[in-house]
Write a protein that binds this ligand. Structure first.
Ligand SMILES: [Zn+2]
Length: 155
């Protein structure tokens, strides 16, 4: 789905006219009409307003161009698992289990590796294989990279 289709779908689901939607996000009816014909796409600020209004992520509004994964635990993200800021807006970098109420749940990579290994391993995906996978993949995610560079100099 393209942005224009997503906007039309969301607007009609809410039972809103172009005029009503325009008022809510502080643009003209003509602007909404241009989005829906695919002539233009909303700017970043307006995308944020639309995201809050429709309660879908910006990635969804854009027609899901990105395969979002949580930058802490590596889980694929969709609108039901994306974390939110305390004000209710989406934080599309993290899942709701890693980032809750404005706080990060995991501060220690080893702890998260233990947790994921314990909860995802099974007969097809043995614990040692799972652990090796997480130990290799997780340090490459933004959250852990940032932590690494913040603490790196002290050691
Ligand atoms: Zn996560």
């Amino acid at each position: 789905m393209q942005t224009k289709d997503v906007i039309i779908k969301m607007r009609t689901q809410k039972g809103m006219t172009q005029e009503e939607l325009a008022k809510k996000v502080f643009v003209t009816r003509q602007a909404v009409s241009r989005w829906e014909s695919g002539e233009t796409t909303p700017n970043t600020e307006t995308l944020k307003l639309l995201s809050n209004l429709f309660d879908v992520s910006i990635n969804t509004l854009l027609g899901s161009p990105y395969k979002l994964i949580c930058q802490c635990c590596g889980m694929p993200l969709d609108d039901t698992s994306i974390s939110r800021e305390p004000d209710g807006s989406f934080n599309e970098e993290y899942c709701k289990w890693c980032y809750t109420d404005g706080k990060f749940i995991y501060t220690n990579l080893g702890q998260l590796v233990d947790f994921l290994t314990e909860h995802t391993s099974n007969e097809q995906w043995p614990a040692d294989k799972a652990r090796a996978f997480y130990e290799k993949e997780l340090p490459g995610l933004n959250y852990w990279k940032k932590k690494e560079s913040a603490s790196g100099r002290r050691n």
